[in-house]
Structures are given as structure tokens and as C-alpha cells.
Design a binder for this molecule. Structure first.
Ligand code: C5P
Length: 411
């Protein structure tokens, strides 16, 4: 923590009485600490105590009363620039609502708005259990989380009301440990840190009969490389894999499926909760209409197989995603590549599509290298050179990180 500039935002909850201890712990670790105290916070903990332990003035109002202090009408901006991280503890329902709505009527809410999107904001809601679980508080938390804030759920235990339940602010030592981990981990600087990323990978198999299936040559290598790279950047990765011969990347939750229907069901379970959906699977477009149970006999000279269309998993997500979610797809094309990829980007309502040049040897199925062209929904097109699939995944995630930052500041 040595030399780190930390702003502690303190709101009007009973847990505010613990915050001078948090400031002391941070100071002992060598951090520079400034406090932004809301009006409610000042009812629970004294400005004098916080100024004494932080060795700094405490910031409350956005405008000082005329003539009483040196006038500085841009203090909220300089504080935002100074901070390496903002910790809001305790965060009340009122402040969560004000922050999620973008109000800036005191120093805490104003400096929150001026913070650059890559600076970590850790929010520790603390309040009565019923309040915490209320739809409005949960909606405001979701909005802030979608903007990239790390919202740490309160602990369960005895509450100020005398009841037991969820709502307690973690102890100052625990808050310090979470902040340290966040600042020290290289991952934390990635906009993907803490985001839930669903990746589909590999082929699907569609049963013709009990022993035969329709599939394709996909190895799953591209999707697995993406999952590995996303986990390295601190994302919570759910990898939905068709039948492949690959071992799971570290720190990734893997769900194995076989058919498109199974892949769809597994993916659908994450549609509402994920931040990003990356469809890298080579999904079978069709499946046999009525697969035989046992093994088909070869008595006939010619047979006909009726195929019916499979659901499009990525399109289903793309067309129902919320403004805070991102949908990323792949387009493996053998002709009119870029035009077809752009058409898919629009039809599936994607934020980015990776056009996959297909040449059997260096790019496409079952090889370790790839040539991608990234096309974004605003038309921005980036041609990547021949790269390993791991290298291509890193470049793709760099582009996705930029989209996350743009998305976080979307109106
Ligand atoms: O339309 P096409 O199959 O070429 O689109 C490719 C993209 O859509 C890939 O990202 C693939 O994972 C996804 N897809 C899907 N479900 C399907 C077909 C394709 O998620 N049924």
C-alpha cells in the first residue's frame, strides 16, 4: 500500500463508526488517505476523528461556504485525479442510488463521477437486510457493477435493528485485505476484472442414430485460448465446451455439453447474469429431425436425412442483451468473408465479430494459429496478422476491454 493514494467515502450508516480504524490501518501500511464524508456519515463519525487519523482535511460539501475556506471549485476533479482507488464503506442505499443515477451534490458523489474508468472503485454496501435485498437497492448495485465498480456483498450477522441477516459491513481488516488484493493484482487493472464472461467453444454433435453424429472439425482451441486469457485478466469465466480433447484452462469453470440444444440450455442459464458472452463455438446449424435410437441398418441403397434448424445461441443472447452486456461472435467464412461477417454482426446484434479467415493451414479449424479481422458495431475494423490462437485471444480481449470501458460510460 506504500505510496498509494486512497480515498475513503463514508456514508451515514452505523458501520461508519469503524472507519477511523480503517484509515489507521491504511496509514500504517504507508498509504496516503483522504476522506470524503457525506452529510449522513458525519452524523455517525466525527470529522475531527477522521481528520486526525488521516492527517488531512475531511471533504464533505462540494462548495465550501463563501469566505470560510480557500475557495477551490475544482477540488472534486483534483481529488479524482489524485486517487489510485476509491473505497466507499459503508455505502448506504441513498448513496448507491445517488451514485447510480449520476447525481453529484456532495464531494463523494462528484469525485466518483470524475474518476477515470480504470481506477478501482470498491463499494461496501451496509444496511438493514431487507433494505439491501430490496429491488431498488439491487438494481442500483447492478448498475454500479455494470459500470465497473467492485461491489462487495455485506456479511451476515447481527444488525443494528437487533435482527440477524445480511447487511453488515466487513471489518476494517477485511476491507484492507480486499483493497490490497485489488491493487496488487495486475488483473485488477483490467476492465474484465470481476466480470462474468461466458465463452462457448468447440464443435457440437447432432445425433443421427445411437452411434453416429453430424459435427465439424472445430478443435475448441480458439475458445479455450479466449477463456484462458479472460481468466488471466481476472474475469469469472464460464466455459461451455462441446466435445474437445483439451484440458481446462486454470481458474475457469467448465461445463461440457454435446449437442446444440445442450449448449443452448447451458448458455441460457447465464444470459441474465453474465457481463459478456463470447460465442466461439462452431455450432451445428442443423440437426437430424428424428434420430434413431439404436444403430441404423444399411439395408437401403439410398436414405434421406431430414435436418431441422438449430437455435442460434449467440443471436438469442445478442437480441435480448441489456445495454450493460456485450455480445461477441465469430464468423468463419469461405466466401464474401467481410460482408457476411458484417451482416451477422448486425443480424445478431453483436458488439464485435471476429471474422475468421479460413485457409486450412494457418487459420481456421484445428490449427494453432489464426488470422482474425475484428469488426465492431460502429464499423471500426482491425486486421490482425497471423498469430497463435493465444496471441489472437489476447488481441481480441484488448479490443473487448476497450468496448467495456466505452460501455461503462454509455448513457
Ligand atoms: O451464423 P454463423 O453460424 O456463421 O455465426 C457464427 C457465430 O454464431 C459464432 O460466434 C457461433 O458461435 C455463433 N452461433 C451460435 N449458435 C448457432 C450458430 C452460431 O451461437 N446455432
Amino acid at each position: 500500500m506504500r505510496g498509494k493514494n486512497i480515498i475513503i467515502g463514508i456514508c451515514g450508516g452505523i458501520a461508519a463508526y469503524k472507519t477511523p480504524q480503517l484509515v489507521r490501518l491504511l496509514k500504517k501500511r504507508g498509504a496516503n488517505v483522504k476522506v470524503a464524508l457525506t452529510e449522513g456519515g458525519a452524523r455517525f463519525v466525527s470529522e475531527l476523528a477522521l481528520a486526525t487519523v488521516s492527517e488531512e482535511p475531511v471533504y464533505g460539501r462540494i462548495f465550501p461556504p463563501l469566505g470560510t475556506e480557500k475557495m477551490d471549485f475544482t477540488r472534486h476533479i483534483s481529488l479524482g485525479e489524485w486517487a489510485d482507488a476509491l473505497v466507499i464503506a459503508p455505502a448506504t442505499a441513498n448513496t448507491l442510488a445517488r451514485l447510480s443515477a449520476g447525481l453529484c451534490d456532495d464531494m463523494l458523489s462528484a469525485l466518483f463521477i470524475t474518476l477515470r474508468p480504470d481506477k478501482p472503485v470498491l463499494i461496501f454496501p451496509a444496511m438493514d437486510g431487507q433494505m439491501f435485498l430490496s429491488p431498488s437497492v439491487q438494481r442500483n448495485i447492478a448498475t454500479l457493477a455494470a459500470q465497473g465498480c467492485m461491489v462487495i456483498n455485506p456479511e451476515s450477522g447481527e444488525l443494528a435493528s437487533g435482527q440477524c441477516g445480511v447487511g453488515r459491513m466487513p471489518e476494517p481488516e477485511a476491507i484492507l485485505a480486499i483493497l490490497e488484493e485489488c491493487l496488487h493484482s495486475a488483473k485488477a487493472s483490467s476492465p474484465l476484472f470481476g466480470k462474468t464472461v461466458v465463452v462457448t467453444a468447440g464443435p457440437t454433435r447432432e445425433k443421427i442414430d445411437g452411434v453416429r453424429f453430424i459435427s465439424n472439425y472445430s478443435s475448441g482451441k480458439m475458445g479455450f485460448a479466449i477463456a484462458r486469457a479472460a481468466a488471466k485478466r481476472g474475469a469469472i469465466v464460464k466455459l461451455i465446451a462441446g466435445p474437445v480433447h483439451l484440458s481446462s484452462p486454470p481458474d475457469v469453470e467448465r461445463l461440457d455439453v454435446e449437442s446444440t440444444a445442450e449448449m443452448y440450455a447451458a448458455a441460457e442459464g447465464f444470459f441474465d447474469s453474465c457481463d459478456l458472452f463470447i460465442g466461439a463455438a462452431a455450432v451445428s446449424d442443423y440437426r437430424p429431425a428424428s434420430p434413431c435410437k439404436g444403430k441404423m441398418k444399411k439395408d437401403d441403397e439410398q436414405i434421406e436425412l431430414t435436418l431441422i434448424k438449430n437455435p442460434d445461441i449467440l443471436a438469442a443472447f445478442g437480441l435480448q442483451k441489456s445495454p450493460c452486456q456485450l455480445a461477441i461472435g465469430f464468423a468463419l467464412e469461405t466466401q464474401n468473408g467481410l460482408d457476411n461477417a458484417r451482416k451477422k454482426l448486425a443480424e445478431k446484434n453483436l458488439d464485435l465479430i471476429a471474422f475468421n479467415f479460413f485457409d486450412h493451414k494457418t487459420s481456421g479449424f484445428n490449427v494453432d494459429t489464426n488470422i482474425l479481422t475484428l469488426i465492431e458495431s460502429d464499423g471500426k475494423t482491425t486486421e490482425l496478422p497471423l498469430l497463435t490462437k493465444d496471441g489472437a485471444a489476447e488481441k481480441l480481449l484488448d479490443a473487448i476491454e476497450q468496448l467495456c470501458l466505452k460501455n461503462a460510460i454509455k448513457p
